[in-house]
Every structure is written in structure tokens, then in C-alpha cells.
Design a protein around this ligand. Structure first.
Ligand SMILES: Cc1cc2nc3c(=O)[nH]c(=O)nc-3n(C[C@H](O)[C@H](O)[C@H](O)COP(=O)(O)OP(=O)(O)OC[C@H]3O[C@@H](n4cnc5c(N)ncnc54)[C@H](O)[C@@H]3O)c2cc1C
Length: 473
């Protein structure tokens, strides 16, 4: 049975011997019961259950096995497939208000996009497209969950850094009969330690062959370590207690990657092409924009409730700030649907969303999201800090705070619950990390806007000007 339940997901993750380090200590025992992970693992398990409950809209019938597989693994062949993918992604996103950037659909989409790009690897040295397809089918059958890592550690970002000896980046150190041996580190893997597998590939720009690879291994492969940042879980906070996706540094201590899991190695050109020319970018951006639409709807809802609760909707600048969120939302929705309307069937029969509008959507969101969090702060003002924990309402001072913290038409307890959520969304360590995430997780906004500049087809604009300049009368 390809689709797993939430319980199966938890059982599988708990049974693994994944090496996860938090605050200098190794996480021992069932990770799904650990305070830093239990909330998000519970939420992730609810997503798997939802997929079982809504088979019609969240799964598809596999061509290879005839069995039902999660829709986020679907390689779309038609525009309707693309639309169905979007709707499925948005159902999952709605469960967390879009706050879980790495719900399983993110990486399922990445793997499906690689499997849909095998033409790029065919016939190239050290490339194994058939293994990639086999692995994709295996992942569909097992409903595997993934984390991933591709950026190298941030030790030296100078253009001349390549002149220095490489002492940090994960690289191939041996090519053996059993497989490749990897040593070094990668910058980050969100959800590291709470997935079945980790997909590892090299970001474009590798300068040495040993830095170019693409492979997937179980999270508990010997020698693989996930080092966590500090946990941002606060049991009393409505969002971090459920959606705090841990970020981890990934260390490869002579990790053996068996050949059947190596999709490419020692081929800089193929690694770059798989990332840049393959379907990774359009499909992943389509998943991201679908989630970000839901997240913006959630932000709008929180802002709207703040406005109503303290009755500030009559002020012109409040209306204008609310309109800013609405304009962002409508722009994102339009770009997303435009990418589907302009999707094209590629020679291998895959329906690929247009990448131009999607690149604009994500680059726009990197600026919009910090502004949205600022708007929530500007609307909420001191309300975002007058937020005693819920437990206070059942103490000796409970009656007083319920009275003195009342809203225009609600009791203090209700008002504080809303403002506490708004604080957790935009100001707590969880909320600040959300902002950093939206700014950077798919790449540096500066370089994404450079990419838009480099690839945007300006021929018709150029010609418009040329025609007018040369018009005689
Ligand atoms: C919360 C979070 C979660 C993440 N999760 C994952 C994950 O799960 N897996 C994963 O692989 N990655 C993940 N990332 C990493 C993400 O892909 C990177 O943060 C992103 O690509 C930017 O790289 P960097 O952080 O190394 O920034 P840098 O590249 O080090 O940039 C730092 C600063 O220097 C500037 N700069 C550096 N180089 C240049 C240049 N060549 N030209 C112009 N300006 C430059 C940048 O504009 C920026 O201002 C995550 C990031 C965050 C913040």
C-alpha cells in the first residue's frame, strides 16, 4: 500500500537510528516524543492522515502499479494535472496556515521534478537516469519523506574563495566498489532527522568534479549527523508548538553512498544542467507559490481579526495596510495561475509551468513577507506584547486580566489568544525564523532577481521602442 498513515510515518521515523544532536546531546529514543520535535511530527502525521481521508483530491492512480499515490509525487501531463497538484498542495498548506515550508509535498515535488528531467542525464558520463527513475518509483510506493541539502557551508563567500583550500564542503573522497564516500558538511537541512531520507545534490557553481553529485540516502546512514540549532518550540505558543520545523547542519563523516543511490557524480556540467535546465526550478517554484498563497491568506486573516478586535478599521492608513496584503495575495494568485495557463508540454510529454511568472512570484514574496510581518506589528502595536500566557486566566488575577485586556467586542482571554498568535507569527524566535525562511530558503533574493534579469525575454519591449524610434511620420 503506497500511502502511509500518520502512525506509520511516526513508527518509521522512530524506528530509525538517525544521529541527531541538539544542545550538544544526542537525541535518544523515539524522536516523535522529543519536546523539540513532537509537535511538528504530530502535524506532519496529520498531513499523511488527511491524504488517506481525501483520496479523490489528494492522490492519483500510478501508471506503473495502478495503486493510489500521493498527488505531490505526480509528474503532470496536462494542465488539469498541474491544477490538481496545486489544489492538493494548498489543502496540506491550509493545515498549518502555510507555515510548514517543508511539508512532504515540497521534497516529493523536487524528486518528481528530477525524475521528470532524466533526458538531461541520458548518455552523460557518470550519470544514471534509470536509477533515478527507479528510486522515484520506490519513493512513491513507500510514500517516503525527505529532507534535502545542497548549499555549502557559509565560511567564505568571496568570489576568490575557490583559491583557498577546501576544508568544509561535502565532497567525494573515494570511489569504491560499494559506492561513493562523502566527507564534509552542507549548510542546512530543514526537517533534518525527521524524514526517511535525505536527498543531497550540489548547488550550481561547483568548481571541482568531487563537488558535483546527486544522491539520496536513508537519514540513519552511518556517519551522517544532523546538528540542530536551538529549538524554538514554546509549549505555550500556538504556532511553534505545532509547526516548528527544525533546521540542521549536515555532517558527512565518511558516509558510504551505495551505487544504486547515486544518480550522478563527478560531472559538474550535468549537475548544473539538472538544476538549471531541468524541471526542478519550475515545479519547485509552483509548489512554493501554491503554499505562499495560503500563507498570505492566513496573514490577511490574522491582520483582519486584529483590526476587528480593537476596532481600528475606520483609519485610512489601516485600510491601506490591509490593501497592501490583499494586493500581494492577488498578485501571487495571478502569477501562479498565469504560470499554469502558460504551461507547455515538453518533448518528454511533461506539462511544465511557465517559470517566468513563478520566479517573479517568489522573488516578490521575499520582499512582501517581511513587509507583511511589519504590517502585523504596526496594526497590533502594544497588543503584541500584552500577552500573558493562557494559564494566567485561571489564576487569582484571571478575572482582572480577562476584563482589562478585553477587545471591542470580546473578553480578554479571546483577545490575548489572537494577539499571542500574531506575536508567534511575527515576533517570537519561531516567527523571526519564518521571515528569514521566506527571504532565503530558495536562494538569495539578490541573485534570484539577477536570474530574472538574465533570463527575461525583453525582445518585444526592445522592438516596441525600436519601431517608435524609427517611425518616419
Ligand atoms: C530558515 C532556512 C532554512 C533553510 N533550509 C534549507 C534546506 O532545507 N536545505 C538547503 O539546502 N538549504 C536550506 N537553506 C539555505 C538557503 O538555500 C540559503 O540560505 C540561500 O541559498 C542563501 O545562501 P546563504 O544562506 O549561504 O547566504 P550567502 O550566500 O552566504 O549570502 C550572505 C549575503 O552575502 C551576499 N552574497 C553572497 N554571495 C553573493 C554573490 N555571489 N553575489 C551577490 N551577493 C552575494 C548575499 O546577497 C547575502 O546578503 C535554508 C535557509 C534558511 C534561512
Amino acid at each position: 500500500m503506497p500511502m502511509i498513515t500518520g502512525e506509520e510515518y511516526k513508527r518509521r521515523i522512530d524506528a530509525m537510528q538517525t544521529e541527531v544532536w541538539l544542545d550538544g546531546k544526542k537525541v535518544e529514543g523515539a524522536i516523535s516524543t522529543h519536546p523539540a520535535f513532537k509537535g511538528v511530527i504530530q502535524t506532519q502525521s496529520e498531513l499523511y492522515d488527511m491524504q488517506n481521508e481525501r483520496k479523490e483530491s489528494m492522490t492519483f492512480l500510478s501508471d506503473t502499479t495502478g495503486e493510489r499515490v500521493g498527488m505531490s509525487y505526480l509528474i503532470p501531463k496536462t494542465k488539469t494535472d498541474l491544477e490538481n497538484r496545486r489544489k492538493m498542495i494548498q489543502q496540506w498548506a491550509s493545515h498549518s496556515g502555510g507555515l510548514m515550508g517543508r511539508s512532504p509535498d515540497y521534497m516529493n515535488t523536487v524528486l518528481a521534478s528530477f525524475a521528470a528531467s532524466i533526458d538531461i542525464l541520458k548518455g552523460k558520463p557518470n550519470c544514471f537516469p534509470e536509477r533515478l527513475v527507479q528510486f522515484y518509483e520506490y519513493a512513491c510506493q513507500k510514500d517516503l519523506s525527505f529532507t534535502h541539502t545542497f548549499v555549502n557551508p557559509q565560511s567564505n563567500r568571496s568570489k576568490l574563495a575557490y583559491l583557498e583550500e577546501d576544508v568544509t564542503n561535502a565532497r567525494i573522497v573515494k570511489r569504491m566498489e560499494e559506492g561513493l564516500v562523502i566527507k564534509g558538511a552542507k549548510l542546512l537541512a530543514t526537517q533534518g532527522g525527521m524524514t526517511d531520507e535525505i536527498l543531497v545534490f550540489s548547488a550550481p557553481g561547483a568548481k571541482e568534479n568531487s563537488h558535483s553529485y546527486c544522491f539520496s540516502i536513508p537519514s540513519d546512514t552511518p556517519g551522517l549527523k544532523f546538528i540542530c540549532r536551538e529549538s524554538f518550540v514554546n509549549e505555550d505558543s500556538p504556532l511553534s508548538s505545532k509547526f516548528e520545523e527544525m533546521d540542521t547542519i549536515v555532517i558527512f563523516d565518511d558516509v558510504l553512498v551505495p551505487w544504486e543511490r547515486v544518480f550522478l557524480h563527478d560531472n559538474i556540467c550535468a549537475a548544473n544542467d539538472l538544476y538549471i535546465k531541468g524541471k526542478f526550478v519550475p515545479f519547485t517554484l509552483h509548489q512554493i507559490a501554491s503554499r505562499q498563497v495560503v500563507k498570505t491568506e492566513f496573514i490577511l486573516g490574522v491582520a483582519d481579526q486584529i483590526v476587528e478586535t480593537i476596532n481600528i478599521g475606520e483609519y485610512q492608513h489601516i485600510q491601506s495596510k490591509m490593501s497592501e496584503i490583499v494586493k500581494g495575495l492577488e498578485t501571487l494568485k495571478a502569477l501562479l495561475q498565469y504560470s499554469e495557463a502558460e504551461a507547455e508540454l515538453d518533448p518528454s510529454g511533461v506539462m511544465v509551468p511557465a517559470r517566468g511568472p513563478l520566479y517573479v512570484a517568489i522573488n516578490q514574496f521575499q520582499e512582501l513577507y517581511p513587509r507583511f510581518t511589519e504590517i502585523i506589528q504596526l496594526l497590533g502595536a502594544s497588543g503584541l506584547i500584552s500577552i500573558p500566557k493562557e494559564s494566567n486566566f485561571s489564576t487569582q488575577v484571571g478575572k482582572e486580566i480577562d476584563h482589562y485586556l478585553m477587545g471591542a467586542e470580546c473578553r480578554g482571554k479571546e483577545r490575548v489568544a489572537l494577539f499571542r498568535m500574531a506575536w508567534d507569527l511575527t515576533m517570537s524566535s519561531f516567527g523571526s525564523r519564518q521571515t528569514l525562511y521566506e527571504r532565503f530558503f530558495f536562494g538569495d533574493p539578490v541573485r534570484i532577481s539577477q536570474t530574472i534579469y538574465q533570463f527575461y525575454d525583453r525582445t518585444s519591449s526592445y522592438k516596441l521602442v525600436e519601431d517608435l524610434v524609427n517611425r518616419k511620420s
